[in-house]
Design a protein around this ligand. Structure first.
Ligand SMILES: [Zn+2]
Ligand SMILES: [Zn+2]
Length: 199
């Protein structure tokens, strides 16, 4: 069984639902992350409510391709697990590429297949594959080699939070290298999250 996430139109920018784009919901002391390489403000990618809290994902888009933004833990991206449910919309910085061009709601739906790519190929040519924006939990479907990160807190393999396609429309999507897939992981015990992408 794979839980796919389907494009479900747009939604309020500050809503507490599975979505890409919009404004992050964060704790009161949250500081918008900056890039370790170019020092610009990161772009908010996704708001992912899960049982343990909310996973929030950011990536540098100030100098695409130059900030190691595809690698976990290098500082060109950031992912957080907020376990405090008392979250409020963060203040978006005035400068930098901080937001996607659109807010996209993601609707989870369990599909009776063994793995992600199998579901996609079953719909090839039907148009439905274009509305699949990733999967929620489950096993990562890698384009390249398995890059499951080890948790920086406890050293064990992190759990897949979600896997994301770039987006529904090219001009409002995340930039995962052009046709890439992004992978978000977390560790509940250590309250940590990680982000990376492959193409
Ligand atoms: Zn950067
Ligand atoms: Zn851990």
């Amino acid at each position: 069984m794979v839980t796919l996430m389907f494009y479900d139109g747009t939604v309020d920018a500050e809503s507490d639902v599975l979505r890409t784009g919009g404004v992050p919901l964060a704790p009161a002391d949250f500081q918008w992350p900056t890039c370790a390489e170019c020092e610009g403000a990161l772009q908010f990618i996704a708001h992912l409510p899960i049982e343990a809290g909310v996973v929030s994902v950011f990536m540098c888009q100030n100098d695409p391709g130059l900030c190691d933004e595809w690698e976990a833990f290098k500082g060109g991206n950031q992912a957080y697990l907020f376990t405090d449910r008392n979250l409020a919309p963060a203040t978006v910085p005035n400068e930098g590429m901080t937001q996607l061009g659109a807010v996209s709601r993601l609707r989870p739906e369990a599909i009776d297949v063994d793995e992600y790519f199998e579901a996609l190929s079953a719909w090839e040519g039907t148009g439905r594959e274009r509305t699949v924006l990733g999967q929620l939990g489950g096993k990562p479907a890698w384009i390249q080699a398995d890059q499951t990160p080890s948790c920086p807190g406890c050293g064990t393999a992190m759990t897949l939070t979600a896997q994301l396609e770039e987006g529904y429309e090219d001009d409002t999507s995340g930039n995962f290298g052009g046709g890439g897939l992004a992978y978000i992981f977390h560790c509940v015990d250590c309250v940590k999250a990680a982000f990376l992408w492959q193409q």
